[in-house]
Design a protein around this ligand. Structure first.
Ligand code: MG
Length: 413
């Protein structure tokens, strides 16, 4: 490939840039489910996310992925969902070696063999870091252009001890001088490829990262500010935490939108409070019911069940069953939310209306919304509670009871 072809926008960047994404590992620590870089995060493969993040952040750059020879089909499945203009920036994959160090070297050799000049900036990135952001990539490009070899690092908050083989502490490094390092590690191609070749010729020693390879070869490597969001997905717990960071993606991964409605009424009886949305609201009367008679939670529960066509609250919790006598109604709602989760779905939004003359709902509205949001694990802005009177008409107007209406929006895969 001619140099002019390789440099996408030489005047914009000063030199061409390529992401070398290392995806050849087996990822045993993330448990069952295959190599972690190909596992789904909210329905999308980690490698798909990583490539999209990198290429979107640096439109002038290209990418090449180092994969395990057994993973060709997985790799193709990871690239397929990317937009056509992004796929066009991905060069053919390279097969990795026995160690990460071998895999990086083989990837660098493939980049050089394709005609990239020595001055090309290479950003070597872990496939299992999908949260890499544009700010970090801009810093990496700038640092590599200025220094030739630079890596991202974040301050260390724990005190670090150096220990001997018998666990005896031999040193306590000054914490202010320590950095926890990440990827992308950024280099000029000629520098890092020569360093990897030299390490290999010296006897294939295993170094921790690409910075260590450059250091071993005698280069100064600089640290630029990393990003605490740029986590590496290693364990199953990492995947769960990562999914919790992506609540706004539901439209991508859960496209099947369902709506359910619920309606409930409870009559006033003796008592000094009513339960509304799991909140105890003082009143000169109570509501009569087999459970705690929380008319609002019952309507919401029926709306959620309706959205997944799973019957109604009475079918799941028969009114005659003594175990539900006086039960807190959040038990019913939690069950309905779990049924949605068992289908791979999520509740996206709740809108509910209470109809009564008294008690006044307004002073309790925010507490009720917060409690419902907590029960359903929803952000507060996805729970609406409204109240109205019926203008003294009908049974609610005569203050014989409270009625509640609810609409649930549910998203399914
Ligand atoms: Mg009821």
């Amino acid at each position: 490939m001619a140099e002019e072809d390789f440099l996408q926008n030489p005047h914009e960047t000063g030199s061409g840039a390529i992401f070398l994404v290392v995806a050849a590992g087996r990822g045993a620590r993330a448990g069952a489910g295959g190599p972690k870089q190909y596992r789904a995060l909210n329905g999308r493969q980690v490698l798909t996310r990583t490539l999209e993040a990198l290429l979107a952040a640096a439109p002038q750059a290209r990418a090449r992925v180092v994969i395990h020879a057994d993973d060709l089909a997985l790799y193709e499945a990871a690239v397929a969902p990317l937009a056509g203009d992004l796929q066009a920036k991905i060069d053919p994959s390279a097969f990795g070696g026995a160690t990460r160090q071998d895999s990086v070297r083989l990837g660098l050799e493939a980049i050089a063999a394709a005609g990239a000049p020595d001055g090309t900036l290479v950003l070597i990135h872990d496939a299992a870091r999908p949260f890499v952001g544009p700010g970090l990539i801009a810093r990496a490009l700038e640092a590599a252009r200025e220094k030739g070899a630079a890596i991202p690092g974040t301050p260390v908050t724990d005190t670090i001890k150096q220990v001997a083989g018998d666990s005896r502490i031999v040193a306590t490094p000054e914490r202010a001088t320590l950095r926890a390092v990440q990827t992308p590690q950024a280099f000029r191609l000629g520098l890092i490829l020569a360093a990897h070749r030299a390490v290999r010729e010296d006897g294939c020693r295993e170094l921790t990262d690409d910075a260590a390879v450059a250091e071993w070869a005698g280069h100064c490597v600089f640290v630029f500010p990393g990003d605490s969001d740029n986590i590496k997905l290693t364990t199953t717990e990492d995947f769960l935490r990562a999914e919790a960071k992506l609540p706004d993606e539901l439209h991508v991964v859960l496209p099947d939108i369902r709506t359910g409605q619920g309606f409930d009424v409870h009559a006033f009886g003796d008592g000094g409070h009513v339960w509304l949305g799991g909140v105890k609201v003082p009143h000169d009367r109570g509501l009569v019911g087999h459970s705690d008679a929380d008319v609002l939670l019952h309507a919401i529960t029926d709306a959620v069940l309706g959205a997944i066509a799973e019957g109604d609250i009475g079918a799941h919790f028969p009114p005659g069953d003594p175990q539900w006598r006086g039960a807190p109604s959040e038990v019913f709602l939690r069950h309905a939310v779990q049924l949605v989760g068992a289908k791979g779905g999520r509740v996206a939004h709740i809108d509910a209306t209470l109809i009564c003359e008294r008690p006044k709902v307004g002073p309790h509205r925010d507490a009720i919304r917060e409690n419902i949001a907590s029960i359903m694990a929803l952000p507060l802005d996805r729970v609406a509670v409204k109240a109205t009177t019926s203008e003294r008409l009908g049974f609610t107007g005569r203050q014989e009871g409270i009625a509640a209406l609810a609409t649930a929006t549910v998203r399914l895969p």
